[in-house]
Ligand binder design. Sequence first.
Ligand SMILES: Nc1nc2c(c(=O)[nH]1)N[C@H]1C(S)=C(S)[C@@H](COP(=O)(O)OP(=O)(O)OC[C@H]3O[C@@H](n4cnc5c(=O)[nH]c(N)nc54)[C@H](O)[C@@H]3O)O[C@H]1N2
Ligand SMILES: Nc1nc2c(c(=O)[nH]1)N[C@H]1C(S)=C(S)[C@@H](COP(=O)(O)OP(=O)(O)OC[C@H]3O[C@@H](n4cnc5c(=O)[nH]c(N)nc54)[C@H](O)[C@@H]3O)O[C@H]1N2
Ligand SMILES: [Mo]
Length: 771
Amino acid sequence: MSDDTVDDVRAGGDGPTTDREWSQKDYHHPAAGWGAALSVARVLGREHTVVSGTRAMLTMNHESGGFDCPGCAWPDATDGLKLDICENGIKHVSWEMTPKRAGREFFAEHTVAELETWTDFALEDVGRLTEPMVYDAATDHYVPIEWQAAFDLIGATLRALDSPDQAAFYTSGRLSNEATFLYQLMAREYGTNNLPDCSNMCHEASGRALQAALGTGKGTADLKDWESAEALFIIGVNAASNAPRMLTALSDAYRRGAQVVHINPLVEAAARRTIVPHEIVDMALFKSTPTSTLNLQVRPGGDLALLRGIAKAVLEEHRTDPKALDEVFLERHTHGFEKYRELCEATEWSDLERQSGLSETDIRRAAEIYSRSKRTLISWCLGVTQHEHGVDTVREIVNLLLLRGNLGREGAGPSPVRGHSNVQGNRTCGIDHRPTPQFLDRLAEACKIEPPREHGLDTVDVVAAMNTGTVKVFVGMGGNFALAAPDTAFTAQGLRQCDLTVHVSTKLNRSHLTHGRQALILPCLGRTELDMQQGGRQSTSVEDSMSMVHLSTGRKRPASPYLLSEPAIIAGMARATLPESSTPWEWYVDDYDRIRDVMAKALDGFEDFNRRVRRPLGFRLRQPARELVFHTPSGRAEFSTAGLPDVIPASDDVLVLQTMRSHDQWNTTIYSDNDRYRGVKNLRTLILMNADDMRARGISEGDLVDITATARDGTTRSLHEYRALTYDVPRGSAAGYMPEMNVLVAHNDYSRQSDQPLMKNIMVRVTSSGQ
Ligand SMILES: Nc1nc2c(c(=O)[nH]1)N[C@H]1C(S)=C(S)[C@@H](COP(=O)(O)OP(=O)(O)OC[C@H]3O[C@@H](n4cnc5c(=O)[nH]c(N)nc54)[C@H](O)[C@@H]3O)O[C@H]1N2
Ligand SMILES: Nc1nc2c(c(=O)[nH]1)N[C@H]1C(S)=C(S)[C@@H](COP(=O)(O)OP(=O)(O)OC[C@H]3O[C@@H](n4cnc5c(=O)[nH]c(N)nc54)[C@H](O)[C@@H]3O)O[C@H]1N2
Ligand SMILES: [Mo]
């Protein structure tokens, strides 16, 4: 293997091994409905959790003290009474509740080298981890270790480093607010802001854009706004699979006569029809509701051009109709409008058409919907953010909303769909490698610590720093860093070079096998499980996509008596690392109310936390932008004037490849090799291509192909023998699955605007295998 070629990397991402034939045909059924119900039954059956599973579902997301669904971050129904559950939430919960166990006997039977040959499905399918394990290099086995000895190993290693910045503390977005707060406190008291998180890979662009435009890093809309919008624009999200409860909002919108515009290179299931699972009568009668009034198959990365085209059309209309813009709003609340108007007027339709991949007619159709609506909400996810100009595109979304005053009133506003169930709460509670001075000042005062002021490393930085040896200890609070991070081979090499890797997890995964010289697996309680401490049964809190903070209480007997809660594990690590710390770590863990009390002092918007979080539906964090209070330099909402990016590859034989999730996976957890709504069975090693692009390369349906990505620095990375399938994607683009396609994402190919890896924007050449 030459230096600039990366080849034959274990890609991961594989589901259960099957001898069944792969197949693909168009899926014509509505989203959710009976397909979802049957799939749930199968999963519950496989995990033998039918009875407890059913009982758990009835307490999930319920105001009467249930636990928060650990699936996505979609908010709960506003009346709090609807049994608003979804297929993928159920799969997610039953995956955690499995009766299978990965205990010490299991680890005694298998060397790490052997486990490395297992599929990712097989690793997680062993079941829940039951006790702390440490890597024994002499035998290549993980062997049991006492909790205290594990903490001591971490403490000794961290204390021996030359600088606290030689350690990195990763968070996957399901950590509760309370655990999050303790985790960042530990890192900062120890002396580093190296707090990479999964947000660095999903919504960093959204946070930065909204902060710059509106002075808040979050969306301003809530579920009520979704319920009263007249037009909804849904951009770059596969809602039926990744935010299934959005289907309810979309079908309700359709029924009340609202316009629903989907912008996506693929026509995803949520852009067609649905049967909402909790509508029992519809289920029984197979009665489905449309969830779209217009689908625009934009070119990958072409969203900015489309949005600008819509703005251009609205501004044109304004020449004859003053009501086309909200002039009062623009005058009172915004800054930079004239410049933006000039920019739109100066941009040619021909450029907008070419860069968006859509005709002027189509763009004008979307503009008409926008102009006619008095209340417009725009929602987006990774199709917007995982691009070079993700920040510019999110700002263009805000520009468009501002033109007609779609902010700070009901039924309107920006509404990013967040990923992990508490990824938004993680940021709110301090997981940020670039904390503001104000945040640090308050933290210092409330917790009596001296936090470091320099910015820390994010996900991309940490991967590089592990490779150069400047980061020597990696701690992962949840997640599966080895597969989730870009450039699988490079990330693995970095992890293997560490002095110590620590993973706090519920199940065995690839990251445990891709370990440092010393390695620990620390098993924790899951969200469904009873968390008993000195002060009795504990609850934790989470924040959903729409800034609602509420309690989550597990009730199930823990998977093993040796599990500790995440706050307890963090406290154990902290005490061992900072023996002299005056932070009352143990006292906090005895009763999480005490953590909430200090959070109330340290965090903006958390005043009176303990009382407010106990309200039946929790409380909504203040959203200044929603009240038209803008913490921006001008004190107003800021228009942006980004140049139109060129998103068309220089060469015709290059395709823009996006990596996405199948219906049957949760990030790096693969439930099966099926992707129901895209009609795929028993196959993940695939690439979806436009029929003309296949023909031009002499590739026939189902042929095996090699995919070679060329990074910006000219290095290449390849995947071999993937199956090419015809799919309705725009010419010049292709799609396949994460995490296996991370092999193709060069670690240096991240957005210069957001530092997010370009996971939806990989330049590839596809050739028949064996050529
Ligand atoms: N069941 C389930 N739910 C999940 C997850 C899961 O893995 N499984 N993951 C969670 C997490 S962490 C996250 S961040 C979210 C992710 O939710 P999504 O953003 O839906 O995730 P992806 O599967 O990556 O899908 C990206 C979508 O963007 C489209 N797209 C790609 N490129 C472009 C583009 O240039 N423009 C536009 N307009 N669209 C584009 C793709 O066709 C696809 O529909 O879901 C969360 N919810
Ligand atoms: N190519 C490509 N790569 C991507 C993406 C993409 O679209 N394309 N998406 C990116 C995005 S948006 C994200 S969010 C990341 C996901 O990155 P991560 O969050 O790192 O990965 P997950 O697969 O969600 O983590 C799964 C593991 O979490 C552990 N776990 C589950 N529940 C718990 C719990 O309650 N506590 C603890 N401590 N551990 C638990 C289990 O051990 C499980 O194996 O992937 C990113 N990678
Ligand atoms: Mo995510």
